[in-house]
Write a new protein. Structure first.
Length: 95
């Protein structure tokens, strides 16, 4: 079974923060599912909307965390984004 650790879990949110973050993630998933169902959306439009949802979700999660946790969360996100960008570049590079 594949388990993907959410980045926010790496900053050890307490139970109250976790409950708020869980609610944010549920809303995020619903919005992504709605976006996926829009068959008329172009690929570029889909990507733009998806990035907006991810950005809004990340900001909402940071709003739940302490200043120290939010700073660490952002650092982890920056690292993750850099890895994903490098992977996209490697994958899209002509051979």
């Amino acid at each position: 079974m594949l388990f993907r650790l959410y980045t926010f879990e790496q900053v050890s949110p307490d139970e109250a923060q976790r409950a708020q973050i869980d609610s944010i993630v549920v809303i995020h998933r619903a919005r992504v599912n709605e976006l996926n169902e829009l068959s008329r959306a172009t690929r570029a439009e889909h990507r733009r909307h998806f990035r907006e949802i991810v950005s809004e979700t990340r900001e909402a999660i940071k709003g739940v965390l302490s200043e120290e946790q939010a700073s660490e969360y952002q650092r982890l996100l920056d690292e993750r984004d850099a890895r994903e960008a490098a992977e996209r570049e490697r994958r899209d590079r002509p051979e």
